[in-house]
Design a protein around this ligand. Structure first.
Ligand SMILES: [Fe+2]
Ligand SMILES: [Fe+2]
Length: 186
């Protein structure tokens, strides 16, 4: 099963814009490092990280069309903010290659996070947020990165403290699942 997913992902990643393929590989590299450190399943972390952004380059109109045609279950917030639909759509595309729900959940909720996340999903979530390029681009994320080897939950709390401020300053609405997730951790 994992091998079929790997073959599928190789195909998908080979047609991604270079910046996005590079981000996916950096996310997977960090996810594997953290998985080893926390003694979690490195393969699941890697595959979820490689899957998470396979349709991030799709435009909002295409994402909305796929969600509607494939009947993908989404929140009202996500339909109104279609840039976050690339998670639900990516998880839909990989679901037939999966033999458990962990990779699916990690990919489905990678933008917002989710209060049901286990360590694998938390590792994938954080790896996406603090892979080296993102930290270079937003140095305040170094505070998150510093905590990542101490405690996954504290690192996620720090990320949301920074991200909620960032979104509020830009008058961008916060994903309701991020709030639920944050409240479950504090
Ligand atoms: Fe994403
Ligand atoms: Fe990403």
């Amino acid at each position: 099963m994992n091998n079929d997913l790997r073959i599928y992902l190789n195909k998908r990643i080979s047609v991604l814009p270079e910046w996005l393929a590079d981000h996916s590989y950096r996310t997977a590299k960090l996810a594997m490092k953290l998985a080893k450190y926390y003694k979690e399943d490195t393969q699941k972390c890697e595959l979820a990280a490689l899957s998470h952004d396979i349709v991030k380059h799709y435009d909002n109109k295409d994402l909305l069309e796929i969600v509607s045609k494939q009947n993908i279950d989404c929140l009202d917030f996500e339909i109104k903010n279609p840039n976050v639909l690339h998670g639900p759509v990516a998880s839909h595309y990989i679901q037939n290659y999966l033999d458990d729900t962990v990779i699916f959940e990690s990919v489905r909720w990678h933008t917002s996070g989710h209060y049901t996340f286990n360590n694998i999903s938390k590792i994938v979530f954080l790896s996406d947020k603090v892979e080296p390029y993102k930290v270079t681009n937003r140095p305040e994320l170094n505070q998150v990165k510093k905590l990542v080897l101490d405690d996954l939950d504290q690192s996620i709390i720090k990320y949301f403290d920074i991200q909620f401020d960032y979104l509020e300053t830009r008058k961008i609405q916060i994903h309701p699942e991020s709030i639920k997730f944050y409240e479950s951790l504090i």
